[in-house]
Design a protein. Sequence first.
Length: 331
Amino acid sequence: MIMTIICLGLEGTAHSFGAGIMTDRGDVLSNEYDMLKTTQGGIHPREASRHHTELGPMIIARCIENAAIDYNDIDMIAFSRGPGLGPCLRATATMARTLALKLDIPLVDVNHCVAHIEIGCLESKFQDPVTVYVSGGNTQVIAFAGSRYRTFGETLDIAIGNMLDVLGRELGMGFPAGPIVETLALDGSTFYTLPYSVKGMDLSYSGMLTAAKKLHSEGVKLADICFSVQETAFGMLAEIAERAIAHTKKRELLLTGGVARNNRLTQILEGVAQRHDAKFHRVSSQLAGDQGAMIAWNGILQYNAGHTIKVSESNVLPKWRTDEQDILWRD
């Protein structure tokens, strides 16, 4: 009789807390999360940590109930060890450690960024893609080489999701601003030249953000600002992704992370893939943002490769880079 491994994954790197349950067959049994929405300013780490601590147990319980299993059916606990905001990571890790000790089951520490890639590979069935990973806290073009996920290009200042949210606050939008920017951009008709900052294989968004805010102060229509920002920001990403594909000769292009929900970015990267005869996949909306299912799946991959971590050694790693983890489950 073939036994199924069930993993509970906890995600809490920033404003969202998520609990997801997956099997080693790749089935998502349940995926619950709640996002802290601020009325003004960005994410306050202490407030987000309090949000996770107060709502986390309820979200976990709801996740288990919706999966139609019992706590004793869980074979392992995985948690997002980093990168992320320290207070949020610590709150999440505390819940994971507590459950692992109480249930007497293995604990697995997961790199948040790697989990975004692997859940995309599971869904797309891609074996070896160039990945464009875009979110509120990260903007990277990544590919696997030499037993690790190597960063071929990344932002030198702020992530694309953060840039859109900061711009949104300046333009009077709600949080998160990315979807609002996307909607307004559809009505844009005039393209305004903004700083196009690609430096080798890296890029920078702060100059474009400053210039876009200046356009707003000069009375330029919101739709035109949003249109110009999207075309410039996404064009910069596409240039780096295209170079990475040309260099690595890989034939799969994966788009993942919260900003992957943007349809215009998807169109542009689809064009990149077509020019290089590569397959393209955008992670589905329910798996694009920060959620527990991706942590659970990555935990299963690591566990099957022989990796667990002792509770006493499970300190969080707020600056844990994508390319700092050995990828034991890939050749």
